[in-house]
Write a protein that binds this ligand. Structure first.
Ligand SMILES: Cc1ncc(COP(=O)(O)O)c(C=O)c1O
Length: 368
């Protein structure tokens, strides 16, 4: 029997904590007893384990996903006068990472089927000021980077993957975080790999870039009071790293369960009038399960009334936000991104989600 009364949130951090509480509590207490709060034992161990998970040579913990993007841009010496290509449809932090480093984001529209940056529109946005491209592995999908890496090579540009939503996502056996010059991850609590506070990481296969990143996250120094460059204070806390190590060991399993929930949604929602499902050619980790529909706002209200924690990711494309009004864009500049923003709708998804959330959501959406 379907339970219609239980509230199903968009993501349930309490359910996940309940499943790992003993191990997490012990690891946190161990870290506190060691008092190695800054760049302590668990940070180094987590960095090694996370690099292996991402199929990357190096991983470096930083304070957040936004800082990861900022530090990655700084490692490329991106600053005033430099342009970086980002998709117009993403979370604002992708563009903010560029602006915080002093560069200018240049938007490119997204693909209608996937919501990912449209590689066929990138070259038209390249100028003599362009330094890098930031494809975003949105919703847990993995961008097909081959065409983007080819464009980057042709024009001498770096590629920074924004993998904040895609820990463990794959395309053709390659993981998010293993393909670009660098990749930036967020460990915001609701992410597939979430800390119990803010956190982030950058992966890279390039030894030189890695050394630069190490300086930048720690006031420009690797040796106390020897500051070789103007860096930031942006480190992953030891306590957070201790928690992340426990969750990382379970992440592939959790991601697989998310895929199963997504497959159940796909089957239940296929063919519903007015509903467009997101197509993905990669092994998504379904950070979010997003569809598009007309009358989206009414559907959102009906889902919430039925105790289903639906959401919008994202209700505005980045060029539509006040924060980037100074770039001077207007409605219609990135029509596919604007359509995604107007019609996207996220349904609850997390490993511990009760399976009857799927038929409940499908029944509500069928009432449209
Ligand atoms: C695509 C994307 N990029 C960057 C970020 C920034 O990460 P954080 O919240 O850890 O700063 C997020 C998440 O918040 C995100 O979803």
């Amino acid at each position: 029997m379907i339970d219609q009364d239980t509230f199903v949130p968009l993501v349930d951090l309490k359910a996940q904590y309940a499943s790992i509480q003993g191990e997490v509590d012990e690891a946190v207490i161990r870290a506190i007893r060691r008092t190695d709060f800054i760049l302590g034992e668990d940070v180094g161990l987590f960095e090694t384990e996370f690099a292996a998970f991402c199929q990357a040579k190096h991983a470096l913990g930083v304070a957040s996903g936004t800082d990861a993007l900022n530090v990655a841009c700084r490692a490329l010496d991106i600053g005033e006068g430099d342009e970086v290509i980002v998709p117009a449809f993403t979370f604002i932090a992708t563009a903010l990472g560029v602006t915080l480093a002093g560069g200018k984001p240049v938007f490119v529209d997204v693909d209608a089927d996937t919501g990912l940056i449209d590689p066929t529109k990138i070259e038209a946005a390249i100028t003599e000021k362009t330094r890098a491209i930031i494809p975003v592995h949105l919703y847990g999908q993995c961008v097909d980077l081959d065409p983007i890496l080819a464009i980057a090579k042709k024009h001498g540009l770096a590629v920074i993957e924004d993998a904040a939503q895609a820990h463990g996502a794959e395309i053709d056996g390659k993981r998010a975080g293993s393909m670009g010059t660098m990749a930036c991850f967020s460990f915001y609590p609701g992410k597939n790999l979430g800390a119990y506070g803010d956190g982030g990481a950058i992966t890279t296969n390039d030894d030189e870039v890695f050394e630069k990143l190490r300086l930048l996250r720690n006031w420009g120094s690797t040796k106390k009071y020897h500051h070789e460059t103007m860096g930031l204070n942006s480190r992953l806390d030891t306590v957070q790293a201790a928690i992340l190590r426990i969750k990382l060991a379970r992440l592939d399993g959790w991601n697989q369960t998310r895929r199963e929930h997504a497959a159940a949604y796909d089957a239940a929602l296929a063919g519903l009038p007015g509903v467009t499902l997101t197509k993905t050619n990669a092994k998504s980790v379904y950070h979010l399960y997003v569809l598009r529909m007309d009358e989206r706002d009414a559907a959102l209200e009906r889902l919430q009334a039925a105790k289903l924690g639906a959401g919008l990711h994202y209700p505005f494309a980045v060029h539509q936000l006040g924060a980037y009004a100074w770039l001077g864009h207007s409605k219609g500049d990135f029509p596919v991104s604007e359509d995604w923003a107007a019609r996207c709708l996220s349904l609850p998804i997390y490993a511990e989600m009760p399976t009857d959330a799927v038929p409940r959501a499908a029944a509500v959406l069928a009432q449209g």
